[in-house]
Design a protein around this ligand. Structure first.
Ligand SMILES: Cc1ncc(COP(=O)(O)O)c(C=O)c1O
Length: 415
């Protein structure tokens, strides 16, 4: 019977077509094409004219740091994020530091977080003088569960940093019990601009949120940039003061030890152009993820070797900052080497858990082990993902992965 929904039929057709393509490709010598992990120029191409106009307008304005462009961008972000106050800052890392300062976290305070993240999450905790306490990840979501976070709290725990990893939306509503005990929830939403669960968008699910506008991010700028989303005007005013040397309304008069963490007008103007199109770009990323899922499922060897193939249908609200596969131990390095040889961009996020990196020495118990994080560090890798990536390129990426699977199975006597 050939029933089922249109989407399933579409997936089946794509799968059958790809199966035929793989068979043909294995019979002839493939040509070498180069496919980057991320291509900002292609991702920006449809907006080029508007971006150039915005850039020229800033050049002519004579105002390059903070000012009306930054205020307009902050207002646009705030309008989208439930009217919460937003403060534009110089990077995602600074956004995390200022968010922790807004929560008044400092020496003697413990902050729970994942060791399977970009180092900035933990760096920020150390920079405010607090102590990171790691909670191991769940092998399927690659993020700690709310249950594990809750179990790890101690009398010193003042906050939890949730990392919405690779574009996934962690369900912060599961942390309400912690919040009722006075433990703040800070969302590190650097990788997940626009991700949502139901009617809640990341950045508005906790007490405070931090975004990065690093060029590769879903809302990526043309240099460094970030934003802090606050739950009160009072906290927003404090962060505004901190980003500019702790200064308030009075000129050359600082009340706090602050930073030079200001957002520049050029980034704000360009990001405001991109903000209007970020949902469309995220939706393209979800389509690309769906294609990858179908292509991988079409190959018997990959079904055997790839243990986690993110499927947008079962990941509502995910915005696929990265498309990260988890494969059987041993296959990862073969796959990565073969993709690189075939001129296909790959990324290993992350090769080492933060708990094993020298910066935390003396701050965390060196004896503690995080086996799920360590296993993930050996078995995951990202394949090209960006708006502008074509279906043909995706087929090439997966075809090369099939070749790697064939090599691996032969070498391990399974082929
Ligand atoms: C999870 C996470 N947190 C924080 C950051 C820091 O952002 P930025 O590079 O803008 O400082 C990043 C950036 O890669 C990130 O991925």
């Amino acid at each position: 019977m050939s029933g089922g929904c249109g989407l399933c039929r579409g997936r089946r057709t794509a799968r059958n077509r790809f199966q035929r393509l793989i068979e043909q490709r294995f019979r002839r010598k493939p040509r070498v094409v180069s496919i980057p992990l991320f291509d900002p120029k292609r991702a920006h191409a449809p907006l080029q004219k508007a971006l150039e106009e915005a850039a020229v307008s800033v050049l002519r304005s004579g105002r390059y740091i903070l000012g009306p462009e930054v205020e307009a961008f902050e207002q646009s972000l705030s309008d989208r994020l439930e009217g919460r106050p937003v403060v534009g800052v110089s990077s995602g890392t600074d956004a995390l530091v200022l968010a922790l300062r807004a929560l008044e976290i400092g020496p003697g305070d413990e902050v729970l977080t994942t060791p399977y993240t970009f180092v900035a999450t933990v760096d920020a905790i150390l920079r405010v003088g607090a102590t990171p306490r790691f909670v191991d990840i769940d092998p399927t979501t690659l993020m700690p569960t709310a249950e594990a976070l809750t179990a790890a709290t101690s009398a010193a725990t003042r906050a939890v940093i949730i990392v919405h990893l690779f574009g996934a939306a962690f369900d912060c509503s599961e942390l309400e019990e912690l919040r009722s005990r006075g433990i703040a929830v800070l969302e590190d939403a650097a990788q997940a601009f626009g991700a949502r669960l139901g009617d809640r968008e990341v950045g508005t699910m906790g007490d405070v949120g931090a975004f990065s506008f690093f060029p590769t991010k879903n809302l990526g700028g043309y240099g460094d940039g970030g934003a802090v989303v606050l739950d009160s005007q009072e906290r927003a005013d404090y962060v505004r003061a901190l980003r500019a040397h702790g200064r308030g309304a009075r000129s050359y008069y600082s009340s706090h030890i602050g930073y030079n963490a200001r957002l520049d007008a050029m980034q704000a103007a360009l990001l405001r152009v991109k903000l209007a199109h970020v949902d469309a770009a995220n939706s393209t990323r979800r389509d690309l993820a769906g294609n990858y899922h179908a292509l991988i499922q079409a190959d018997e060897r990959l079904r055997e070797l790839v243990v986690l193939t993110p499927d947008p249908e079962s990941l509502p609200g995910h915005v696929f900052h990265q498309y990260v596969l988890r494969v059987k131990p041993g296959f990862r390095d073969v796959a990565v080497a073969h993709l690189k040889e075939s001129k296909i961009g790959v990324g290993i996020y992350y090769p080492t858990g933060v708990h094993q990196q020298p910066l935390v020495k003396g701050h965390v118990d060196a004896e503690l082990q995080f086996p799920e994080t360590e296993a993930a560090c050996l078995s995951t890798f990202a394949i090209p993902m960006f708006p502008g990536l074509t279906g043909k390129e995706q087929e090439e990426v997966i075809f090369r992965l099939c070749e790697a699977a064939e090599q691996y199975m032969r070498a391990s006597g399974q082929g």
